[in-house]
Each structure stands twice: as structure tokens, then as C-alpha cells.
Design a protein around this ligand. Structure first.
Ligand code: SAM
Length: 223
């Protein structure tokens, strides 16, 4: 299977529709964990088992991986995890606006495609705009967890966080030695098996979207 798709090609610039929360989850009122770039969903399926108190939504640009993840979800009969096909940089803004009534408790972006060549940097997924969309959909205690094994890539991700201006450090400004989540991703397990470095950071939402959607919360934040 091809390893990468070009997210800037016209096929991946088409906005996709997100099903209503009630079509996605049996209990749509549970807090939501969104994993962007979820690949075959092994991480998210295990997180769904470890955290039945949340719903888990995986977003992935490679359709065959989404189909494989959905098939596994059906085999496991888990009602708190779903996978959707789409380009995060194209579809996520409207999706997040449409689910603002859900509690977006956690967003994970782990080991995004590195796109090493300079002329390909614009294909990198973690951009300030995308992070602003995420923050705008988060409550005040929403968290953003980032990981990469490539220093240059996590540095660019952190520059995007800084430029977005919506997140505050929850890790004292240094790499987390341990993964705070219950489950490691496929890429993370491979990297750790090879003895390679892993760079992890955790942020809290500093400009919560609930104040955009809820004037009462805005007053409370101001007070
Ligand atoms: C290197 S893999 C890491 C997968 C997984 N997060 C892990 O840590 O094992 C990056 C994943 O992000 C997906 N991806 C890349 N660009 C994307 C985009 N713009 N929107 C959604 N998914 C994307 C890729 O197809 C790939 O499955």
C-alpha cells in the first residue's frame, strides 16, 4: 500500500460531510477524544477500550486505512469509537463547528507525516490555522497532545502551536519522558523498539471555544 498521499492534490481538497454525533455514537453526550491522522486505528481502538467514559473519533486521509479501522471497530463491537475519511486541513473546521455542543476533551496528533523536502513542507498537517479550529471547539479544560520522533517535525509543530496562540503548556515547557496516555501508537511502538528518541508535549486550551458559543462561559472566563 502506498505510504503517503499528497494532501494538496485536488482529490483531497474536497470537503467531506461528518455524520451527526447521534449517527456516530450510541452515547453522543460523552466527552470526545479526536485523533487526527489515526492510520489503521489500533491506538484509538485500544483507547476506546481503556476509556469507555469517552467517545473516540479518528480522522484519516487514507481511505483504505479508514475502512480497515471501521471493520475492526465492527468486529470488536465498540460503540464509543468511529473513524472517518477526510483531509484534516480541509474538513476539520466545519466538522468542529458542527460538533461544538460536544465536549472535545482531548485532541491527539501523533507522528504526522514528516514531509522532509523543503518544497513539501506545505503538505505538513500541523498548521496554526488547524490548531485554532481545534481550540475554538474546546472547553477550558481541553487538552492537545503532540508526539513525533523527528526533532525537525516536532519543532515545526511547536512553532505552529506558538503562532496559533491558543494553547498553554501543561508540561513545564519540556519534553515528557513518559507518555501520559494509556496506549502507545503503532509508530511510537516501532520507534521505541528501535531505541530512537521520542518527543512529546502536552498543552491546555488557553482560548476555549466554549466562550465563543456560550456567552455565560465568556463572562466566567473574564471574571
Ligand atoms: C506517520 S502516520 C502516524 C499514524 C499514527 N498516528 C501513529 O502514530 O502510529 C501519519 C498518518 O496521518 C495521516 N495523515 C496525513 N495527512 C493527513 C491529513 N491532512 N488529514 C488526515 N490524516 C492525515 C496519514 O495518512 C497517516 O496515516
Amino acid at each position: 500500500m502506498r505510504q503517503h498521499v499528497n494532501p494538496l492534490s485536488s482529490f483531497f481538497q474536497v470537503e467531506r460531510d461528518l455524520p451527526a454525533p447521534s449517527e456516530l455514537f450510541v452515547n453522543p453526550e460523552l466527552p470526545l477524544h479526536l485523533d487526527i491522522g489515526c492510520a489503521r486505528g489500533f491506538f484509538l481502538l485500544a483507547m476506546a477500550e481503556a476509556h469507555p467514559e469517552r467517545n473516540h473519533l479518528g480522522l484519516e486521509i487514507r481511505h483504505p486505512l479508514v475502512r480497515a479501522a471501521e471493520a475492526q471497530q465492527q468486529r470488536e463491537e465498540r460503540s464509543n469509537v468511529r473513524f472517518i475519511f477526510g483531509n484534516a486541513n480541509v474538513s476539520l473546521q466545519r466538522w468542529l463547528e458542527s460538533i461544538h455542543q460536544l465536549r472535545l476533551e482531548l485532541v491527539t496528533i501523533q507522528y504526522p507525516d514528516p514531509w522532509f523536502k523543503k518544497r513539501h513542507h506545505k503538505r505538513r498537517m500541523v498548521q496554526p490555522e488547524l490548531l485554532r479550529w481545534v481550540a475554538a471547539a474546546m472547553p477550558a479544560d481541553g487538552k492537545l497532545f503532540l508526539q513525533s520522533d523527528v526533532l525537525e517535525v516536532i519543532t515545526q509543530m511547536l512553532e505552529a502551536v506558538e503562532e496559533a496562540g491558543c494553547f498553554s503548556e501543561l508540561d513545564g515547557g519540556s519534553w515528557l519522558a513518559e507518555n501520559p496516555l494509556a496506549v502507545k501508537t503503532e509508530r511510537e511502538r516501532y520507534v521505541l523498539d528501535q531505541g530512537l528518541p521520542v518527543y512529546r508535549r502536552l498543552f491546555g486550551c488557553a482560548v476555549p471555544g466554549e466562550s465563543l458559543h456560550n456567552p455565560l462561559a465568556e463572562q466566567q472566563n473574564a471574571g
